[in-house]
Design a protein around this ligand. Sequence first.
Ligand SMILES: *Cc1c(COP(=O)(O)O)cnc(C)c1O
Length: 410
Amino acid sequence: MKAKPIGPIPDDWETVDGELGVAGRSVSDLVAEAGGTPLFVYSRELIDRRIAALRAALPQRIGLNYAVKANPFAPVIAHMIPLVDGFDIASAGELEMVRDAGIDPARVSFAGPGKRDDGLEAAIAAGVTLNCESEGEAQRTLTIAQRIGRTPRVAIRVNPDFELRGSGMKMGGGAKPFGVDAERASALARLLIDQGAEWRGLHIFTGSQALSADAIIEAQGNVLDLAAHLAREIGVPLPKLNMGGGFGIPYFPGDEPLDLAAVGRALQERVADLPSELADTELCLELGRYLVGEAGVYLCRIVDRKVSHGTTYLVTDGGLHHQLAASGNFGTVVRRNYPVAIASRFDAEPIEIANVVGCLCTPLDRLADQALLPRAEVGDIVAVFCAGAYGATASPAAFLGHGPAREMLI
Ligand SMILES: *Cc1c(COP(=O)(O)O)cnc(C)c1O
């Protein structure tokens, strides 16, 4: 059997006593502290380093927002408070989370289709900026604000006519459930302003998970052009522009990290030469996985080692109920291997080809196919990297009743 490549293991993870380690501690130590596997470990240090690299590469003028949906673990949200400028939420539940964390609502914006009246009311009452996704939602916002006697803070999420090339998920360009079509955005902005809403500007999100600096540079240029055009049509200064994000991380064999320096240089040039409509506009990016994705690892323990028709299976106590994306069942067409390792033998030579599977009774529950790994035994710990975003939060934890994974931030 031929080995299939695995994704690139992110730099910065350490070897401690022959094991995978972080912050000077081995995975065995961390698992013992957490009380067992399966366990997500998120590293403060790796998050800090990533944000410092962004701050160093991007123009000072560009604010950084954290898209909470990437990882809403309460200690991660709390850790972000001094590190980022704003928080983007996408549900009333996430509104609760940021409020529980004590985050100033003035730093929070709320996007997402299908906002219910109770969520709108909670957001208006809290003073959160609503990124309006439709004329209907704008109308409901105005009605609710009037009923509770508050001035709503509103921005408009624009569905642009372009998209982020090569992005993992297309969220702009053509018919979309997200945002207001660009040609109708300025009319809606005028209506909201005329009705007395506090005008907060535009939100233009063009896609996710792009590894090409050129694609991101092109999308950012298009976003700035569109924002300037809409600001001119609306006829009042644009207070704020959320330029979207889309910065991707390498998950799969052959993926190369985003050239952040190139993105930063291009943005610097654009920002130095903004049209007058955007001269005083507050600019920000909203990032999820780029901030936290590579700073997390999912750890599970091998509970059985078996051979079927000559193929070795390492059966773990983890699986797609915690790490759906690694199983290949979350937005991928062809299943490819995430970066994986035998964490408890991190420095051992890879000598055998094995399939790493989860404990769910479904053939979909694969964590690595035909991976070349050190020989591993029952009791060894498997690491699946790139687990800091859309892991615990984007997986069907209730499926098959195994229960959720533990999580820790160290
Ligand atoms: C999901 C989402 C993000 C975060 O996406 P990442 O790929 O994790 O950076 C940002 N903004 C909006 C509007 C989103 O829907």
